[in-house]
Design a protein around this ligand. Sequence first.
Ligand SMILES: *Cc1c(COP(=O)(O)O)cnc(C)c1O
Length: 297
Amino acid sequence: MQPPEPGNISIDTLPIPAFSKNKIKAEILRLDKIHPLISGNKWFKLKYYLEKAARMTQPTLVSFGGYWSNHLLATAAACNYYGYASIGIVRGQKPEKLSHNLQQAASLGMQLHFSSRSEFSTYKIPEEIQAAGQLVIPMGGYGLDGARGAAEILSHCTAKNYTHVCCAAGSGTMLAGLILASGQGQTVTGISVMKNNHSLQQQVYALLDTPERKFELFHQFHFGGFGKKTDELIQFMNELYRMTQVPTDFVYTGKLCFAIAKLAETGILEPGSRVLLIHSGGLSGNRSLSKGTLIFE
Ligand SMILES: *Cc1c(COP(=O)(O)O)cnc(C)c1O
């Protein structure tokens, strides 16, 4: 397992017409370059959980996720790298064929435990796998420790140069971390990748130190729901790659870039804005697309 390399993070410009035509300067913080599996925001969100694990003797990290979970894969890879045992509790019955992410998590030593949807929704550790020395990471790394780690994302750029910091939001942990780290007068914008996830706002508020903090959420860029896609989204991702050489994933960062381009074109993002998009990784998820869908790997 190669080590995570935060030194590889770069800031790339996004010279696409949606931005240049509307006098918006857009840059993207390439967290996807840290590691192919402990990718992007997961490296930050796991940081303080891993520090806790380092103070335990022979810990087993236990976490939760769906069939295509980037979080379980990142947790498995980090545990493999640091020499910890790991258990992934997966929502739903064991499918006939595991997703690439789950296959790879298992091959990295993660013990997978499939849990019925009703059992899963309690987020309890099933009795048969409970043992001493377990450290439980909430689904998606959600929690104060996850947000504290995500707050460190902005230390990899000159944050004060930007009027807007924009990211994709699943559990909202990364968004909360960015809000905590943002400065006065800076707008933090979250693009929800789920359909009708109206508990998201409350989930984010719960991780903030003061309800005074301002952020905005957009709910109309889900392309059918979590993990769903349309031809328009895929075409946009290919076109973005052609123009900028920046690869995106169809679950999170493709939707983020599409959304911010759309907000620029429609004037919701004002001319003169200086925007930082967070490339939160997730490229491994593209392996569930059929070959040739994307012009990049
Ligand atoms: C997990 C993930 C997210 C979601 O982060 P949250 O903190 O749960 O909102 C965003 N982007 C990518 C690429 C991810 O893998």
